[in-house]
Structure formats: C-alpha cells, structure tokens
Design a binder for this molecule. Structure first.
Ligand SMILES: [Zn+2]
Length: 405
C-alpha cells in the first residue's frame, strides 16, 4: 500500500482512540476467569465481543467446548477478505483472578482511567492486544484498503490455565492452514522492539523422599528423609547443570535452568528425624532437549545405590514441552520486523523466553509464529494497566501487516 493509504489507516485508528479505551473498559468489567481459578469462564465476555463484532458487520464463528466442570468455554473466530493467505492474530479472552484485592488501589473489575492508562485486571494481559486486533480489523474494513492477506482474528479461551479448552482444541477445527501466518500478541516490552521467537519447555517436578521417622538421637534406626533429599537435590543440581550445557543465544539466560525452589515443611520438632520430605524443582529446558530425557535421568539417579535406604518419588506437576523456535527469516517475522521498523522507527530484536503462550501450540503444529506487543511488565500483578497509546499504536502495526505494499 502507498504511504497515503497507510496514513488513512493510521488516521482512522487515531480517531478510534476513545472508543478503543471505552471498549477495553467495558470488557474488563465482564469477568472471564477459569473455573479452576474460581471464575465462571469466558461466556459473558465472549457474548459481549461477538455482539460488538457483529454490530460492525462481521460474521463470527463460535467454537464452544465444555470443560471438566461442565462450564462452556467459548472461542471466537472472525475472517475478513478472500486472499489465499491469512494472517491470524490470536489474543486470549480469559484473565487470571484479581489476587489479593487489598493490593489494588481501585476495583480490579471497574476500569479506572488515569494519565493515559487504564487500570484493571486483564487490561494488559491480554485485553489491550485483543482490542488492538479487533480495531485493526475494523479499520481495514472501513478504509476499503486492498489487502495482501486475509484478516483472521481468533479470540481464545483458557490461556491462563493451559489452553486445553482454547487454542489446543481450536487447532483441530481446520480453520488454520499451513499457508497462514501467525501472530500471538501476548508478550512484549515497552519499546515494542522485541519479537519473541521461541519458548523453553516448562517442567515443575515434585520430589518426595520417603524415609523412616525416628528420634534424632538414634538416626541409625531410621532413614533421614531430609538428609537424603538434600543429597539428592545436590547431586541432581550437579548432574543436570553438568549434562544439559547447550547454549542458545536466542534465550536469556542462554542455557537450560534447573532450580530447586519450594520446600514443604516436614517435622515440627528439632529432635525428630523426618520420615518424609517434599521439595520442588522448576526446570526451563531449551527446545534442543527432550523433557522425557531429563525426567528419566532423575528417576535413574533416584533409584541408584546412594539412595537405596529411601524411596524417592518424582512427579510432574506442570509440563509444557517446547515447540521448535520460529526462524527470523519466516514470513511473519520478516513482515512484522518491517512494520516495526517503519511505524515505530525501532530496530527489531529477537528473543526466546522461559514461559509459554498460545504460540507453543501453533509452532508445534509447524506454523511459524511471532509473539509481539508493546506492553509494560505488569501482567498478573495488582494495579495492572494498559497504556492507551500502546493500544492504538499496536493496532496500527497490526493493520499494516495486511496491506498491499
Ligand atoms: Zn496472557
């Protein structure tokens, strides 16, 4: 598209500023929290968004999955344009709960506008990008601009609790094609220059050492679960950091990490040798390594001669296997890099992170996916906010991606 067309688009979005802020404010007042976190799902919020999109003349397809609690978990998909390839933008509708309400300076479910920011649960994660994406869609339609790609927006459920009733199921509906391009706007930095290309595998392990409780004065009659737990943790720390040493410069830190974190309380008295000891390991493993191999290594060490007097149980608490990272030269990353350089006047930088987004699912299916947005680091925190300026500027970047050059 020529410079003039881009200006028309930018102008349309600039004029939508107040309306976008209003939509974000109305949306966050409609709770969308997983039943597993004490909420009743995304149905009310999805209804609000579907009605809004339909009032703009779009057809919205709804994909509803019933979860284990019997709650409907809706996902919405909108398409506009009839080009061969679609760029899909995939924000999520659900949010985490408000956490400790005492830490908020205002009601987390009543939007508060102040100094160009809107405060409330879900404004940053992922409301801002959701609103940016649907207003980019609206502006593209209203401008009548000629498109290089069809516009696809998938508003998904259940991202905060593992995506089982969101993108994981939506992948099987046949709406995405291997010709398509994918953007998940669910991570970013305040400058808008960082494009996330890969995620480490996430593994949380619970390690239970079963020994034998006795009086502390006669340790030879028991098996000190605490002592064996310390020995075990120490030996796996050496082992894991000694074996899994590959580096990948995309990530920060560039290595896999295996950190002993939580420790459950064992006995109440100093003169009791604990019979049971429970500790946890947080592992962030480079995509180059297999998670199964890590677990097998730990189980092998646990059943070794050094630990024959106790039984060491290793359980997976959370596990998200990494997908292959997206290449810098993939179409979506090249296009987004160009858009950022042109509209933001910043040099795009590329990074891998230790956490998981919906991109894990699209990447696992073989679809190169960029993760990008412009946000402050306030997700899941009290007094979470979105900057209205970032919301409008990101909408311009989203719209630009679809335009004919
Ligand atoms: Zn999110």
């Amino acid at each position: 598209m020529d410079g003039n067309g881009l200006e028309i688009m930018a102008d349309l979005l600039e004029k939508s500023r107040d309306e976008m802020a209003e939509t974000l404010s109305r949306m966050i007042a409609i709770k969308a929290i997983s039943p597993l976190s004490g909420g009743d799902g995304e149905s009310n919020r999805a209804r609000f968004l579907k009605t809004l999109l339909e009032s703009w003349g779009f057809q919205v397809k709804e994909y509803v999955y019933k979860d284990d609690t019997g709650t409907d978990r809706p996902n919405l998909a909108v398409k506009y344009g009839a080009m061969d390839k679609t760029i899909w933008i995939i924000p999520h509708m659900d949010t985490v709960s408000e956490g400790d309400p005492g830490l908020w300076n205002s009601n987390p479910f009543i939007a508060k506008a102040d100094a160009g920011k809107i405060y409330g649960r879900g404004t940053n994660d992922n409301g801002q990008a959701l609103v940016s994406s649907i207003y980019a869609l609206k502006a593209l339609k209203e401008s009548g601009a000629s498109l290089e790609y069809s516009v696809g927006i998938a508003l998904v459920a259940d991202e905060e609790v593992g995506s089982r009733y969101g993108i994981a199921k939506l992948m099987n509906e046949g709406i995405f094609s291997e010709n398509d391009l994918f953007l998940v706007p669910d991570w970013g930095d305040p400058s808008g220059s960082l494009i996330e290309l890969g995620e480490k595998s996430l593994l949380w392990l619970k390690i239970t050492v079963h020994g034998k409780q006795v009086h502390a004065s006669t340790p030879e009659e028991g098996a000190n679960a605490n002592k064996y737990a310390v020995r075990f943790l120490y030996s796996i720390d050496n082992f894991l950091y000694g074996k899994y040493t590959k580096e990948n410069a995309l990530f920060s830190p560039p290595v896999s990490t295996f950190e002993m974190t939580k420790r459950e309380k064992n006995v109440d008295s100093t003169n009791i040798i604990p019979g049971i000891d429970i500790s946890y390991l947080d592992c962030r493993i480079l995509p180059e390594y297999s998670v199964d191999e890590v677990i097998a290594d730990l189980r092998r060490i646990a059943s070794g001669p050094e630990f024959s007097r106790v039984k060491i149980e290793i359980e997976e608490v959370v596990r998200e296997d990494a997908a292959p990272p997206t290449g810098k030269d993939s179409a979506i990353v090249a296009l987004l890099s160009h858009a950022i350089a042109k509209l933001r006047k910043v040099e795009p930088r590329y990074i891998g992170i230790g956490g998981g987004t919906c991109a894990a699912f699209t990447r696992r299916a073989g679809f190169p996916t960029a993760v990008w947005s412009t946000i402050d680091d306030v997700a899941h925190r009290p007094n979470e906010y979105a900057k209205i300026r970032d919301m409008v500027e990101d909408a311009k970047v989203f719209a630009f991606l679809y335009l004919k050059n």
